[in-house]
Write a protein that binds this ligand. Structure first.
Ligand SMILES: [Zn+2]
Length: 332
């Protein structure tokens, strides 16, 4: 579900509303304190400052004022856990346990990925169920300006990438099927985020799923698979998918996802990344576009997946939490 999931839950909407107020206030403060750059025309031949990004003393003072504003606003509009509302913490340990599930296969529960007889279009792994605090937090992250959730979501996505690395190595590595069905693929693996509509990206000011894609690429590298993020796919208009059923999602996406012009994907190994797996319609459309251009889609990672219809329950937080050590910095 790459597009515009809007949680209807009252608690969730209130969290998003508070976060939006906070974000708007910070933005206004930043606007008011911004020091005009190049207010006077620079004489011809004037030297460009040697240090790129150094805004000078006035700019640094401006940045300090903005930082002070942010601290002050932390008192005026207090931070609360995006999952449960606990005050003074952006994401509490109890809610974080929901993200520490085993990154298991979820594709068998996604109707649009079903190829019958137990086979699916591609393996999809996700550490969490799209329920409870995860559902609230994803909504706040995508549409409430809660970019402070990047860190815990990145950690979960990175771990999912590492688990997926084992799947990828089975296809690419020495133990790959010898029947020639899979040609020699070019590495690094391309980690491709599902594309947002231009409207959604404008509204959010960024594409949150790209944060997850970078983390999955880092996780694949942790697992010994060379990988890098690639914005290989483009969404060309069409309706947002929130609230649509499986069939309507497929119709809304038909012909709307394509490989970006100038992006070489032929014979490349690809891992797709989405935030939430629901029906699988989005991943199926992305898979179709990439395979049509000659790529080999080996799997997908998501942050969370909806529970199958009739399951009666959603997974809760992980019972035992294994320590996850990520010492290496992401290389790219
Ligand atoms: Zn919480």
């Amino acid at each position: 579900m790459s597009q515009d999931a809007v949680c209807q839950d009252a608690v969730c909407q209130e969290t998003v509303r508070q976060d939006t107020v906070r974000q708007d206030t910070v933005r206004q403060a930043a606007d008011q304190d911004a020091v005009p750059q190049d207010a006077a025309p620079r004489p011809a031949g004037d030297r460009v400052p040697a240090v790129v990004g150094d805004r000078g003393p006035a700019g640094r003072v401006g940045a300090l004022v903005v930082a002070a504003w942010r601290d002050l606003l932390g008192l005026v509009v207090p931070v609360a856990c995006a999952g449960c509302g606990q005050p003074d913490v952006p994401w509490c340990a109890t809610c974080d346990a929901w993200l520490r599930g085993p990154a298991s296969r979820r594709d068998h529960d996604a109707g649009r990925l079903d190829l019958l007889e137990g086979r699916t279009l591609l393996p999809v792994r996700a550490p969490a169920s799209y329920a409870g605090p995860v559902r609230h937090a994803v909504a706040a992250w995508k549409d409430g300006g809660r970019a402070d959730l990047d860190a815990p979501f990145r950690t979960a996505a990175r771990r999912t990438g590492t688990v997926t690395a084992a799947d990828v190595r089975r296809v690419l590595g020495p133990g790959a099927p010898p029947d020639g069905a899979v040609p020699v693929l070019v590495v690094p693996v391309l980690v491709v985020p599902v594309p947002s509509t231009a409207g959604a990206q404008r509204r959010r000011g960024r594409a949150p799923v790209e944060v997850l894609a970078s983390a999955v690429a880092a996780g694949l590298r942790d697992g010994g698979v060379p990988a890098r993020r690639s914005r290989a796919l483009l969404r060309t208009g069409g309706a947002d998918l929130a609230g649509l059923g499986a069939r309507a999602r497929g119709v809304a996406l038909a012909g709307r996802v394509r490989v970006r012009r100038g992006t070489a994907v032929r014979d490349r190994a690809v891992v797709l990344v989405d935030d939430v797996l629901t029906t699988g319609a989005t991943l199926a459309a992305c898979h179709g576009a990439l395979v049509g251009a000659g790529a080999h889609v080996l799997g997908a990672c998501a942050l969370a997946a909806t529970a199958p219809p009739g399951a009666g329950r959603a997974d809760g937080p992980a019972r035992s939490v294994a320590p996850v050590v990520h010492g290496r910095r992401e290389a790219g």
